[in-house]
Design a protein around this ligand. Structure first.
Ligand code: ADP
Ligand code: MG
Ligand code: MG
Length: 880
């Protein structure tokens, strides 16, 4: 017969699947000889069986529980439900992963009108007996019977008021007796019958309630948010009670073995005397810091400290501990690895290595890569933040914090920041024309758009703080103002944004800059020692490139040339190039762009030094560059010396119905080879110049976007190589460069063996590849992906975490096909996924050479890459 109930003595820490986290650790603590009140655990399998049986306990299980209860009576020398020395128990839920708010614990179970009298007699403490009973009635009614807690709290408050008692500890035995009577009548009024007097019924009802709580709404939401499977089930722990509420030589408390906010190696905790259970955290009285315990009972304090040290050494991690003191004797009630801030996680991990308790590799695994994000952006000063007035809340689209004056057009934002203002760009939504304004702004606020809107994606790329989709704002770009909470904010008014929380504030809040030093730097150096994947960055400007190098980037995986085309001084020449109707006209325009592009690349090569730099030729649909307003068309007509009407007609003729699938990517270079020629020339001339003048051994990699057919790549190759080789030959120096492609069209992935004949490298453009594999427009998907997530059709947004089963299969196929043709082909990924830890692990697994991500995610990718290597060694990939 299957065993469903385990004594604490029968379990151990590694049995979390079966016994839940709390049960497994209670067992472990019992077995290493710590003072744990004895008890038993009903397994998670029993919970699942309860559901299989149509939400019923079954007789074999009940027998097994009763058997273990009899053992417990023997161990404690007490009897459950009566006798001269009654046994009281707690009933505690505990799943494999701790799930706050799933179910509240029931304490003092086993009390009834008779038993409470015996408790009073043997302890000679009526106050304690009544205090325990009123707590039990309230918890049982709330947790098992779903009678609102507030009904009981109201009664308690009334009696406190009536008796002039400030705290519950000021209530006397007879006051509490009154409370108990009133609580019983609440129960009767609610349930139509008296409070259950049979302790065995109480116990089985409580066990059932714990099982049921696994599927309550809070639990389901919590699991969905944290990716916890719904089929794990919860265990139930039944444990003999110890009492912190017997008087002033009793108490209860919680402690961390190190400071969970800073990581400092110093015990951090709080306790309350004459209290029970959650009193410390519930805030009914102000607790004392753990050090004060030494003044009350030095011996217990010393014992507690040595137990805390023992537990930390045993688990080799910072512990979060619950304890109770009963008449001067210490009992341990829970231990688990403590939750901590990122700063604390880094410090604890590094110091545990220095103390010789864990290895460097273990330390690297102890920090969640995504958590690092907190440390990589400026933050508001926390004291100042408390005083700030929040005026709206939107989506936390790109982390960081910024204060500045509100401006409502990109042009105004550029102008103001040139005049030395700190600017927040406020828009209904942003578009590619706003790029320069966004680049100059300290932060971006939009009223529309989701987490994958233009504003959000571009801001994350720039590492700039952004609050998007702030629907409470009424933005008028025309009036240059917005309204929030009925108040009007005008151009030039100061506002502050927190892109990590989505809050918008009035006025200026001081910020702190991020730095990568101390424990952070140490842990990252250990990560670098083990990882196999290289980490590059996506950077379009020397400034971004420098930032990325500071964060450890080993190259540029994606330099987008179009971002350079949007700036004010170039857009005219770009438009001229697009509008041109003849090759000659186009060449004139391109000649204007050449020196500017060359300058851009010189800056980037210098910033990256000998590290490889992948530059992508022009990619976006041309219509993004075109003038929309008649006024702009007029101006352009003047510079180009053409008639307005003719130009307007030309602009209209370039309009595309579906630009994302239109005239973009390598299709531009195929139709306008002179464009590819100009860009190749600018890249190679810049490389030659930097190599000659600075003696830097630059490594340019020229990348063709959106290739789906080998012949596209071959056609452009002729143009690029002829140009590049000529420039190199004329320079008289040696320079090597690579010619390769993005794999971002499904056909490109499927025919990767052919494409690898020409491509010396592949870079997986997983944004477009996701877009085209699913047939989702990335610009519109925000609207429905939200629903997909809510309805459980997607576990994750495929634009944030790579869809390994679908898109990933194409990647894997292209890797294998590419290597078959060209064994030494260089393989990388660029696009948002390059900085997502789960996707990085995937990239490691399929054997890419590098990932590339925005500068601010470089440290995240480095850590994720290291973890992937270590997990591979341990044979332990996370099953996602
Ligand atoms: P949670 O999972 O919310 O922390 P717990 O099951 O740990 O809930 O219990 C809630 C509170 O009751 C804790 O303060 C715990 O220490 C206390 N408690 C639980 N079991 C006992 C017991 N047998 N004796 C005394 N206090 C207990
Ligand atoms: Mg607890
Ligand atoms: Mg693309």
């Amino acid at each position: 017969m299957k065993k469903y109930v385990y004594n604490f003595k029968e379990g151990k820490a590694s049995m979390k699947d079966l016994l839940g986290g709390k049960g497994a650790n209670l067992a472990e603590m019992s077995n290493i000889g710590l003072p744990v009140p004895p008890g038993f655990t009903i397994t998670t399998e029993a919970c699942n069986e309860y559901y299989n049986k149509g939400e019923q306990l079954w007789s074999e299980l009940i027998d097994e529980i009763m058997e273990k209860l009899t053992d417990l009576e023997a161990t404690t020398g007490k009897t459950f439900g009566g006798g001269s020395n009654p046994l009281l128990v707690s009933v505690r839920s505990g799943a494999k992963f701790s799930m706050p708010g799933m179910m509240d614990t029931i304490l003092n179970l086993g009390l009834n009108d008779e038993v409470v009298k015996t408790v009073k007699d043997i302890t000679d403490n009526e106050r304690f007996a009544m205090d325990s009973y009123r707590r039990f009635i309230q918890m049982f009614s709330d947790v098992v019977m779903e009678i609102p807690k507030s009904k009981f709290e109201r009664v308690l408050d009334e009696i406190k008021e009536e008796k002039g008692a400030k705290y519950d500890t000021d209530l006397t035995a007879s006051d509490l007796k009154e409370v108990v009577e009133k609580f019983k009548s609440i129960y009767k009024a609610e349930k139509g019958e008296g409070f259950p007097q049979n302790p065995k019924d109480q116990l089985l009802l409580a066990v059932t309630a714990v099982f049921r709580s696994w599927n309550n709404e809070r639990a389901i939401i919590y699991r969905a948010m944290n990716n916890i499977p719904g089929n794990l089930g919860t265990a139930v722990n039944v444990q003999s009670m110890v009492f912190g509420n017997m008087g002033n030589d009793c108490g209860t408390g919680v402690a961390f073995t190190r400071n969970p906010a800073t990581g400092e190696k110093k015990i951090f905790g709080e306790f309350l005397m004459n209290a029970q259970g959650e009193d410390v955290v519930a805030g009914i009285r102000t607790p004392q810091t753990i050090e004060k315990l030494s003044e009350i009972n030095q011996e217990v304090y010393d014992q507690f400290i040595s137990v805390a040290n023992l537990l930390e050494n045993h688990y080799r991690d910072m512990q979060d501990i619950e304890f109770t003191i009963e008449k001067g004797k210490l009992f341990m009630l829970q231990t688990r690895n403590g939750k901590r801030t990122t700063a604390a996680a880094l410090r604890v991990a590094v110091e545990l290595v220095e103390e010789g308790k864990i290895t460097k590799e273990e330390a690297v695994l102890r920090v969640e890569p995504a958590q690092l994000d907190q440390l990589l952006h400026p933050n508001f000063d926390s004291a100042a933040l408390k005083k700030a007035l929040s005026i709206a809340k939107g989506l936390p689209a790109s982390p960081g914090a910024a204060s500045g004056k509100a401006y409502f057009t990109a042009a105004d934002a550029v102008e103001a920041s040139k005049n030395g203002e700190k600017v927040i760009l406020v828009r209904l939504e942003t578009s590619p024309e706003d790029i320069e304004g966004m680049a100059m702004a300290k932060g971006i606020l939009t009223a529309r758009g989701g987490m994958t809107s233009h504003a959000a994606v571009v801001a994350r790329g720039m590492g700039k703080c952004c609050v998007a989709g702030c629907e409470g704002l009424k933005v008028s770009e025309e009036l240059k103002q917005f309204v929030a909470n009925g108040k009007v904010y005008k151009e030039g008014d100061y506002i502050s944004l927190n892109g990590s929380t989505g809050y918008v504030y009035e006025g200026v809040i001081p910020t702190k800059e991020p730095e990568m030093s101390g424990h952070f730097a140490t842990l990252m150096s250990w990560a670098d020692e083990v990882r196999r994947l290289k980490v590059r960055t996506n950077a379009d400007t020397p400034k971004d490139a420098e930032q990325a190098v500071k964060f450890g980037a080993e190259g540029i995986g994606l330099c987008r040339t179009e971002h350079m085309f949007f700036s004010e001084d170039r857009i005219a020449a770009v438009r001229e190039m697009i509008i041109s109707e003849t090759v000659e006209q186009r060449k004139v325009a391109l000649a204007k762009l050449l020196p500017m592009q060359r300058e851009d690349f010189i800056g980037i090569f210098e910033a990256m030094e000998e590290r490889p730099v992948t530059i992508r030729l022009l990619d976006p649909p041309l219509h993004e560059f075109l003038p929309q307003e008649d006024e702009d068309i007029k101006e352009l007509a003047k510079t180009m010396d053409i008639e307005f009407g003719k130009l307007k007609a030309r602009v209209e003729s370039l309009h595309e119905v579906n630009p994302m699938l239109g005239h973009r990517g390598c299709r531009l270079a195929v139709t306008y080879p002179e464009l590819a020629e100009m860009q190749a020339r600018a890249i190679i001339e810049a490389a030659v110049e930097v190599k000659k003048n600075k003696g830097i051994d630059v490594h340019p990699e020229i990348m063709i976007p959106l290739v789906g057919e080998l012949k596209e790549l071959e056609y452009i190759e002729k143009v690029v190589r002829q140009t590049a080789d000529k420039v190199i030959a004329e320079s008289g120096i040696k320079l090597e460069y690579l010619y390769g492609t993005m794999i971002e069209v499904p056909r490109g992935a499927v025919t990767a063996d052919e494409i690898a004949k020409t491509a010396e490298f592949f870079s997986f453009g997983t944004n477009d590849l996701t877009q085209m594999t699913y047939g989702f427009s990335r610009d519109d998907a925000g609207k429905f992906i939200e629903e997909y997530l809510k309805k459980g059709i997607f576990d994750q947004d495929p634009f944030q975490t790579l869809d390994q089963n679908g898109v990933g299969k194409l990647v894997k196929m292209a890797v294998d096909l590419g290597r078959k043709t060209r064994p030494d082909i260089k393989l990388g990924i660029c696009g948002e996924h390059g900085g997502d830890p789960a996707s990085v692990e995937f990239c490691h697994r399929v054997g890419l050479n590098y990932v590339s991500c925005s500068p601010f995610r470089v440290p995240i990718a480095r850590l994720a890459a290291a973890q992937a290597t270590i997990k591979e060694k341990m044979g332990e990939y996370s099953q996602k």
